[in-house]
Design a protein around this ligand. Structure first.
Ligand code: SF4
Length: 368
């Protein structure tokens, strides 16, 4: 379905006529398709549903990256979160897409069916309200997300401290995006020609926040989500490929500032501290996550509660760890669309609406 307004359609048609031949010429010079990673799941969806992916199909292979927060959350974290749900007197507050993520032996969804108090919330503010309303019980909010989600969680922790709440805890599994892309660039087995960087993350960290990628001299463009944004971003990545000294290009300046959101950055620096963090598929990446800072330790579920999760076990045959690194397409997983579907997900990539497997399943019957 084409979702573009008439004016945008005309602009897109014009740009397509001018840009696609030049993108195709670049692919012809290389003797293969360009391998471009769209880091964020929202870009994966936008490419598929707007038809831009199909417009570029002859010359560009779009590779989904580690931009789905639920998908990159390590199995050890998932198991620990589920173990908290079993603690007496505990309410788990979580975003909905965590519910069906399979842990090693069970899921939050199954634990709720078995009697655990697991509540879906749309923001940490709601979790805080649950804590206020239930002073005799402990409320644990599951903090899963990137630089975009972490500020609202930080705000909830600061607010809990101001109010003197003693029953609000956060399990922080927050991740920082640039270190994961650095790991991909430094992986000799990975041959990526460039990156389409997530617009939402860039709103927080700014163009400056990608200095790591810039120092690695990678063709990279921060992109928006409209069809014109997508096409122009790909074109600009190709332009950067031609240069020997590359800058990270801000292709989304109507939203993304050079320095990012300073208020959000200050809040993150106050409430969190940067920590080595395990990622699904990657293992532990240095300085890639946000742990709760010592000044707010009273709200840190990891520090306050010891649980014993079961030994880690991944669903047999699930390739999610390779999918989040862009090493394999969901279509290469033998379980895709057969044993593993959105109704019966065997890995997180099929659970979240930002997960590559669920997006591939949703569009064109799994051939997106
Ligand atoms: Fe894992 Fe399912 Fe994706 Fe296969 S299709 S990689 S089993 S989530």
């Amino acid at each position: 379905m084409n979702l573009m307004a008439y004016r945008d359609q005309a602009l897109f048609a014009d740009l397509r006529q001018r840009m696609v031949p030049r993108i195709e010429a670049k692919a012809e010079t290389l003797g293969r398709k360009l391998r471009l990673m769209e880091v964020c799941g929202t870009h994966t969806v936008s490419f598929a549903k707007t038809g831009v992916k199909q417009s570029l199909a002859e010359s560009v292979e779009l590779i989904s990256g580690p931009g789905c927060p639920v998908c990159v959350t390590d199995q050890t974290d998932i198991d620990q979160m589920i173990a908290y749900a079993r603690l007496p007197g505990t309410i788990i507050a979580t975003f909905g897409d965590m519910m069906k993520v399979p842990g090693s032996t069970t899921s939050l969804y199954k634990e709720r069916a078995a009697g655990a108090d697991v509540r879906v919330v749309y923001s940490p503010t709601q979790a805080l309200a649950i804590a206020r309303a239930n002073p005799e019980r402990r409320v644990i909010f599951l903090g899963v997300g990137f630089e975009t989600t972490a500020p609202s969680v930080a705000l909830s922790i600061r607010q809990a401290k101001r109010e003197g709440l003693t029953n609000y805890l956060v399990y922080s599994a927050h991740k920082l995006t640039p270190p994961a892309l650095q790991a991909l660039v430094e992986d000799p087995a990975h041959q990526l020609d460039g990156f389409l960087l997530p617009g939402h993350v860039s709103v927080i960290i700014g163009r400056q926040g990608w200095h790591l990628l810039e120092s690695l001299n990678q063709p990279a463009v921060i992109g928006g989500f409209e069809p014109v944004d997508l096409l122009v971003s790909v074109y600009r990545i190709v332009q950067e490929m031609e240069r020997s000294e590359r800058s990270v290009i801000n292709g989304y300046p109507r939203i993304v500032q050079e320095e990012g959101n300073r208020v959000a950055q200050a809040l993150l620096a106050e409430v969190f501290t940067i920590a080595d963090t395990p990622w699904r598929g990657f293992g532990a990446l240095p300085a890639s996550g946000l742990a709760i800072a010592p000044a707010y330790q009273a709200f840190d579920a990891k520090a306050a509660l010891a649980v014993e999760p079961p030994p880690t076990r991944l669903s047999k045959g699930c390739r999610c760890g390779e999918v989040v690194k862009g090493k394999e397409s969901p279509l290469q997983c033998a379980l895709f669309g057969k044993a593993c579907t959105p109704e019966n997900p065997l890995g997180p990539c099929m659970v979240s609406t930002e997960g590559a497997c669920s997006i591939y399943f949703a569009f064109a019957g799994g051939t997106a």
